[in-house]
Every structure is written in C-alpha cells, then in structure tokens.
Design a protein around this ligand. Structure first.
Ligand SMILES: Nc1nc2c(ncn2[C@@H]2O[C@H](COP(=O)(O)OP(=O)(O)OP(=O)(O)O)[C@@H](O)[C@H]2O)c(=O)[nH]1
Ligand SMILES: [Mg+2]
Length: 318
C-alpha cells in the first residue's frame, strides 16, 4: 500500500493524513493500520499526565529538546482537554512547542477529547503506532489526568510520569483520585512555589502506604521553566526502562496494552453494530417494558444480543 510505504519512509504528511483518517473514519483507517502493524513496536512510549496546568507540556518540551540533542527522534501526542475547565490549552500547547514544530525530528499532534467517532483510546493507540512506524524513537502522550478516560489512555505507555504541583489547595486529593497507582515516576513541578516540600512528603507517605510491586516510584522536584530537575527526570525515565526490561515487566505491560487495545476495538465495533442494527425506537420500547416490569433487563439484553448476532453474521457490518 502506497501510504504505508510513505509512512515507513518517514513521510510526515502521510502520517498526519492517516491519523486524521483514524479520527474521522476508523473503519477505513483500519485496513491501512493492519498493514502498518508489522512495522511498529520499536518506540518507547512515555505517558505524561497530571492535573491541568501542572507543567506537562513544558516538561514534555524540555525532555524532547534534550532527546533531540542526543539525536533521538520524538513524537508527541497531546490530548487536548476540551472541558471548559482547561479550555484554551490547545493554543497554549502550540505556543510552547512552537520551536519544536519546525524540527523534522519531532512530530507533534494534538487530538481533541470529544467528537471521536472511533473512541479516543482506540484512536490514540493508532496514532502511537503511526508515529512508531514513522520512525519516532520516543513517543510522548500528554493527557490531563482528571477523568477515567484520560487515565485509560496513558495506561498504554511503557512509563507513566505523573506531574503535579504545589498550591492546588487540597493538593493530594487530586492525585489520589484514581491516578495515583498509574504513576511510575512522580514529579512535583513548580518547585519555585511554596508548598513543594510538603507535597513531596505527602506523596512519599502515600507511596509508602500503597507500595506494591518491586518498583518504588521516585518523587522528583522540577522547575520546568528553568530546566531544574529535568536531567534527573530523564535519568529516572531511563532507569525505569531498564527496570522494565530486566524484570520482564515491559513484556507484561505490552501484553496488557495489546489486550486493552483488543477489548477497546471489540467495544467500539459492537457499539457500532448496535447503533446500526437496533433503532432508538426499539430500544425505547424495551426500556419502557423493563421500567413497567413487563420484561426483565436480562431478557431484554438477550433479545438485543440476538439482533446483534444476526446483524453480525449477515455481514451488515464487519
Ligand atoms: N513558576 C513556574 N511556572 C511553571 C513551571 N512549569 C510550568 N510553568 C508554567 O505553568 C503554566 C502551565 O504549564 P503547562 O506546561 O502548559 O502545563 P500543562 O500541564 O501542560 O497544562 P494543560 O495542558 O493546560 O493541562 C505555563 O504558564 C508554564 O509556563 C515551573 O516550574 N514554575
Ligand atoms: Mg499541556
């Protein structure tokens, strides 16, 4: 396939086009992704997550610049939070990474969290593969760690860097809420602000309580805007990668990531079949019956499943 050849030869425009296709019409992208798959699996994937404004983009930018100095190529997938809470992030990200966007060794792609027909997680995983096949050696996924969907996205990364900052009021609550356990490396950014040491202590204490597995996440201090602590962060990322390889956890993680991807795709596919083969009218009727106790939800599901299976075997949809 022409586009596959182009991507593996480093054609950025072809890569950008395929990501757009995956966003707009996943079924069509799928045929190309199938062929691309054997050219993937070489990149190191780093998830950068944390509360809005913690410094994720600034840190990604600094790490990228350092990697570029070492001759490594980099891909960045920034998931733009489209909630009003963090609105305007897109412009901010663009401005902060402007000088990177002219570097042919760096590929930056922003993706919205809404309006995906194909499911964000599935599309992000496709984008990672596309950048991987394009030859990017390190791929960053930046996403705000506030919702389950965003947390799910970085779970596919080899290493997850959880960035936080002092002065968020009840700081620790934000990291406690579900994302704590996914951090392999903790960063307290904005160490130039008050409350940094206290936050570090709180995180350390929490890690002591939640210690599971052999890897004890380090807690680092950075001032991203002035490069302070960035080198150490880089060292820790390398250290974590070594640990992953030596302990066999890299393989385990990649297995889990593949499994998650398979299930994401199954879910999206069946959702599509559901939307295509069962009308809202019919669904509403069933719901009414269930509410009135004319039917139980289990039988309702059985009836819907029968329709789905029929649709599937009739080849109405893949
Ligand atoms: N004082 C101080 N400001 C910082 C530091 N790091 C980043 N900033 C500033 O904090 C603001 C937010 O930084 P970003 O890197 O955009 O944060 P982010 O986590 O990517 O933000 P979202 O993507 O909007 O969630 C910017 O104005 C940065 O210049 C730091 O270490 N100290
Ligand atoms: Mg950002």
């Amino acid at each position: 396939m022409e586009i596959v050849k182009k991507i593996i030869n480093g054609d950025r425009r072809a890569a950008a086009k395929l990501i757009t296709l995956a966003e707009n019409d996943f079924d069509k992208a799928e045929d190309i992704l199938k062929e691309l798959y054997s050219y993937t699996g070489n990149a190191l994937v780093i998830g950068i997550t944390g509360p809005p404004g913690a410094g994720k983009s600034t840190i990604t930018d600094k790490l990228t610049k350092s990697l570029r100095k070492q001759g490594k190529t980099v891909g960045i997938i920034a998931i733009d939070p489209t909630s009003p809470f963090t609105g305007g992030a897109l412009l901010g990200d663009r401005i902060r990474m402007q000088d990177l966007s002219t570097d042919p060794g760096v590929f930056i792609r922003s993706m919205g969290t809404r309006g995906h027909l194909g499911g964000l997680s599935q599309v992000t995983q496709a984008a990672v593969k596309i950048l991987d096949a394009l030859g990017k050696e390190v791929i960053f996924i930046e996403t705000v760690g506030v919702g389950q969907a965003e947390v799910d996205i970085v779970k596919v990364a080899d290493t997850v860097v959880l960035i936080t900052m002092p002065g968020m009021g009840d700081d620790i609550q934000i990291i406690k809420a579900g994302i704590m356990e996914i951090g392999d490396i903790f960063v307290v950014n904005k160490a130039d602000k008050e409350g940094c040491e206290r936050l570090i202590t709180e995180i350390e204490m929490m890690l002591d309580l939640n210690q599971n597995g052999q890897w004890r996440p380090p807690v680092l201090k950075t001032i991203a805007t002035s490069d302070f602590g960035i080198q150490e962060l880089e060292r820790e990322i390398k250290h974590h990668l070594e640990y992953l390889k030596e302990s066999g956890e890299l393989e385990q993680r990649r297995r889990e990531s593949a499994k998650k991807e398979i299930f994401d795709i199954i879910q999206e596919k069946w959702k599509e079949i559901l939307a295509d083969s069962v009308s809202n009218e019919f669904l509403n009727e069933i719901v009414t019956k269930v509410v009135k106790r004319d039917e139980d939800p289990y039988t309702a599901v059985k009836k819907i499943s029968d329709i789905l299976m029929y649709s599937y075997t009739q080849g109405g949809k893949k």
